[in-house]
Design a protein around this ligand. Sequence first.
Ligand code: RTP
Ligand code: MG
Length: 137
Amino acid sequence: MTERSLVLIKPDGVERSLIGEILSRFETKGYRIADLTMLTPERALLERHYEEHQGKPFFEPLVEFMMSGPVVAAVIEGNRVIEGVRTLLGPSEPTTAPGGTIRGDLGRDWGAKVQKNLVHGSDSPESAEREIGIWFA
Ligand code: RTP
Ligand code: MG
């Protein structure tokens, strides 16, 4: 079934000039970029986006990091794209993410307070629609 996923290229990915490389992974896989924008998000938007993580120790550093520079937001479309994007991203921690994944190939630990792992991808159809509504209001 055709689905949509919300992908964010986080400030570390933009800062490191990896926008083209990261978007091309989704295109090469066969998914379609259905919408695309670049912005420096404000706190209120990020608090909505990360509401499931409110109260966790990494929440505040995460919001601060995400506000630190421009982010690319994209709607990626295709059959089973939500699962497919998560597979392309690899696990959260770039140090141990397998080679072949975006985080494994392009990411590393920078000793920061929060894991800088280049990209966000929606984790379920419900969160995808909720997140697309936040970033593409
Ligand atoms: P995402 O939501 O960004 O696609 O990543 P994810 O599902 O793999 O990770 P999640 O558990 O949803 O956490 C959201 C983001 O918070 C940062 N984080 N840092 N202990 C830490 O330093 C820590 N834990 C989580 C990461 O940037 C993670 O992607
Ligand atoms: Mg998540």
